[in-house]
Ligand binder design. Structure first.
Ligand code: FAD
Length: 107
């Protein structure tokens, strides 16, 4: 359905933008809260099959890596690639996550 796609595009924009603005040296509190956010997000994302699969993926050794911006950005890119793969879309080169979402390009 188109709203799952629209929701997905908007949500990835939010999630990748959050990683782009994540601190390079987060406090312990920021790391804890970020993990809590991802945990709650993965329960409340209003595409239930998407949310279930995302939680399953995290449990398979893919817990959020939030020790710094680079780690968190890469982890989010890998999460997005897991969905890309499931949907038969092209994998994104995670070396370029920051160029795409922080320093910016248009697509
Ligand atoms: P999107 O995948 O929305 O990507 C938007 C832009 O992000 C791309 O144009 C590209 O520039 C950039 N991008 C692409 N890959 C990456 C990456 N790995 N890292 C960084 N940037 C990248 N849809 C379903 O049908 N089934 C599901 O189970 C499902 N699960 C989802 C789970 C989550 C947590 C989220 C947020 C979305 C999910 N979606 C799911 C939606 C799906 O991922 C897409 O958003 C939707 O299909 C629209 O795809 P799109 O081709 O427009 O680009």
């Amino acid at each position: 359905p188109p709203d799952v796609e629209q929701l997905g595009r908007s949500t990835w924009t939010l999630l990748h933008s959050m990683t782009a603005n994540y601190p390079e040296q987060p406090t312990v509190t920021q790391q804890t809260e970020t993990k809590q956010f991802i945990g709650l997000f993965s329960k409340m994302y209003p595409c239930w099959v998407c949310a279930d699969d995302f939680r399953t993926w995290m449990k398979q050794g893919n817990e959020p890596r939030v020790s710094n911006r680079e780690e968190f950005g890469r982890w989010m890119c890998e999460a997005h690639n897991a969905v890309n793969e499931k949907l038969g879309k092209k994998s994104f080169d995670c070396n370029k996550w920051e160029e795409r979402w922080r320093t910016g390009w248009k697509d």
